[in-house]
Design a protein around this ligand. Structure first.
Ligand code: GLC
Length: 653
């Protein structure tokens, strides 16, 4: 086991190819200018009174200019106006941005399913209610025709079905209402549309991470345009010039969110234009860099291709460049000893200080998933061989590291409990010098006999034993966890139902930080008090990730049970962002209502439970090529030859 660990480290600490950190590759434009893009849709100011961001085609003039100095060293520009210079919105559709479309793909995954689904899921409440009633009636007739009256359970089931399709229908309506338009085209969904909230903050923006469940819901419904537009417009924003106090973050960074703004035109004060205004964290509370945005973007891009069958988007040169820019940022060499991605606090769904700096599980699961998705989508070409090699090495090292060092169950916990410390050697058992006293008292009682999970974070002399839901669920979905580990995580969820689901699924992390720990780790954050918000709050949006994970492990009944719990309250409570208290009984203290990803998360869970096969657009399976590569690397490792006695153990714990 030790020898294998060392080999994994070899793959990225020098013995492996060093091509990737050396800045060759995608800054090859030779341009010293940052990539820039401008997206504008102009209209006469007279439209302002219409309180709409939509650019009405009968009365506006569209101009868009795109510059891509970073694409293959060539600067692409596009500008369009009506031949009379007014009257018609000439906003270019997202498809034509850059004009670099490759051939259309011919994949057909799930297209038919999605179409079928589309045709049976209208947005008209009455239609669905009627449908539910009809179904009930049909059930009744069926039973009567068998000579048996319907049982109470049948009637109850029928009523529940009717209720849930009513809720689903409401959810679809709300999701449609949250759609943000740019130049008349749907480009995303805003985070929340809460009429009861006095301060909007940035909840009127389209968040990249929040849009993922919306995008998946639209894909499953056969509405592909909004997802394609979102992918292409956010790609434009990736190249935005961005700074914070004179410092510019890396080129591949995707924004946390963007807003469609209507601004007066400099040159013509009778006219306005629409612009997409991104936030890369330079305005976000705490100025946190959204590391997860680019990773989610890649995951959604793959899902779009798989679901719609339209591979032309991922094949476009600008999209391929976008993928490579994200990878370049993630795979760049740093000072790190670990294959895990090193990030600051609050770089993901938990976007405030919560002690998740360093190597938090959520980022690693998304990183692994994005690497696998990118590997599938990158076009084979001469220039990408080095990148693919770097990517493969990282995948192997990352899966080894997480499976081996982040995993805990009763057995492992007992091992840690008996750890020796201060070992200086290549083959130390306690590599990270974890002091057993760190094992928190809550964990000793909490760990079930059957089940286990991946810990939240690992640093030298520090294991964060908190259970973080998204990281664990996405480790199942992406196959970062082994099959046994994945089942064990679901076993733990079942065993700890009262803590993780209780009255509202799903706890964002368990347990909450309290007392002095809360003071020190959150910086006395009043929004993150114990059992609230990020600190042990319950987030309905997590239902969709739970559902995908359960479907992958062929245990959908667990997700179905959680959906049932959520269904009792979500609509009645007006789709809150999160719930507070240990059992998730109260609507969160500062929770928004009509939070879009609560709505979309519920819809995705319902859609996938009705059609589990569709979850394939998000799932990635164990890759035999990677496993083989790892065993080859293990047997040829110089460290292994140097070590005292070669280990026979396989790398999967
Ligand atoms: C909160 C969440 C973040 C989400 C944002 C918008 O800040 O922590 O993950 O993206 O709200 O909903």
């Amino acid at each position: 086991m030790m020898a294998t660990a060392e080999v994994a480290l070899q793959l990225y600490d020098g013995a492996g190819p060093q091509f990737w950190g050396s800045n060759i590759g995608y800054r090859k434009s030779g341009s010293s200018f940052p990539c820039r893009s401008f997206e504008r849709c102009r209209k006469k100011r007279v439209l302002k009174s219409m309180k709409s961001l939509k650019c009405l085609s009968s009365s506006c003039r569209g101009i868009r200019i795109h510059q891509f100095p970073c694409i293959n060293g060539v600067s692409h520009r596009y500008a369009a106006t009506d031949k009379f210079g007014l009257s018609h919105c000439k906003c270019q559709s997202a498809d034509n941005v850059g004009g670099l479309t490759a051939e259309s793909g011919n994949g057909t995954w799930f297209v038919d399913n999605a179409k079928d689904f589309n045709s049976t899921n209208g947005n008209v409440r009455n239609f669905l209610e009627l449908g539910a009633v009809k179904e009930l009636k049909h059930d009744k007739e069926l039973h009567h025709s068998n000579g048996n009256p319907p049982s109470d359970k049948t009637i109850q089931d029928g009523m529940n079905k009717g209720k849930s399709s009513f809720i689903e229908n409401e959810a679809w309506e709300l999701l449609q209402e949250s759609v943000a338009y740019y130049c008349g085209s749907p480009v995303g969904t805003i985070a929340a549309k809460d009429p009861t909230s006095s301060s909007v903050l940035n909840y009127d923006q389209v968040f990249i991470r929040d849009f993922i469940p919306s995008g998946i819901a639209f894909l499953l419904k056969g509405e592909y345009d909004i997802v394609r537009n979102f992918i292409l417009h956010t790609l434009q924003l990736q190249s935005w010039e961005k700074t914070m106090d004179c410092h510019s973050p890396g080129q591949g960074l995707m924004p946390a969110s963007f807003k469609v703004r209507t601004v007066p035109l400099d040159v013509d004060d009778t006219a306005t234009e629409e612009v997409l205004d991104p936030d890369f964290g330079e305005a976000a509370i705490g100025r946190v860099a959204p590391v997860d945005s680019g990773l989610w973007w890649i995951i959604l891009l793959r899902a779009y291709g798989k679901c719609s069958g339209d591979l032309s988007v991922q094949e476009r040169i600008d999209v391929q460049t976008g993928i490579k820019m994200i990878l370049r940022l993630c795979l760049a060499d740093g000072f790190d000893m670990f294959p895990t991605l090193l990030v600051t606090d609050g770089s993901c769904m938990i976007d405030r200080r919560m002690g998740i700096h360093g190597h938090p599980l959520e980022i690693q699961a998304l990183f692994y998933s994005a690497l696998l998705c990118a590997r599938e989508m990158l076009a084979p070409e001469d220039g990408s061989a080095d990148l693919l090699r770097a990517l493969n090495n990282r995948l192997i090292a990352l899966s080894f590291h997480i499976r081996e060092y982040y995993w805990i169950d009763m057995k492992k916990l007992n091992e840690i409990y008996r750890y020796k410390t201060e070992e200086y050697s290549y083959d130390a058992v306690n590599k990270f010098n974890i002091y057993p006293d760190q094992i928190s008292p809550w964990l000793v009682g909490w760990m079930p006999n059957k089940g286990g999970y991946l810990i939240g974070n690992l640093q030298p002399a520090h294991m964060d034993f908190r259970f973080f839901s998204l990281g664990n669920l996405w480790s199942i979905v992406s196959n970062l966890a082994t099959t046994d580990q994945s089942h064990a995580i679901l076993d733990l969820i079942e065993a700890k139902w009262a803590d993780l689901v209780a009255d509202m699924p799903f706890k964002i992390c368990y347990p909450a930080l309290d007392g002095q720990e809360w003071q020190i780790i959150t910086g006395c954050d009043p929004k993150n008090t114990p059992w609230s918000y990020h600190n042990g709050g319950s987030w309905p949006t997590l239902l969709w990730q739970l559902t995908v994970a359960c479907i992958k492990m062929n245990r959908p009944e667990i997700a179905a049970k959680a959906v049932e719990v959520a269904e009792k309250r979500l609509s009645r409570d007006k789709w809150p962002e999160y719930y507070d208290t240990k059992r998730g009984r109260f609507i969160g203290k500062q929770s928004r209502l009509f939070q879009t990803w609560s709505i979309a998360g519920y819809l995705v869970a319902k859609l996938l439970l009705a059609n589990p096969g569709a979850a394939k657009i998000l799932i990635t399976e164990e890759d035999s090529e990677l496993i083989n590569a790892l065993s080859c690397a293990i047997s040829s490792s110089p460290r292994r030859r140097r070590g005292p006695k070669p280990s026979q153990k396989t790398y999967i714990v």
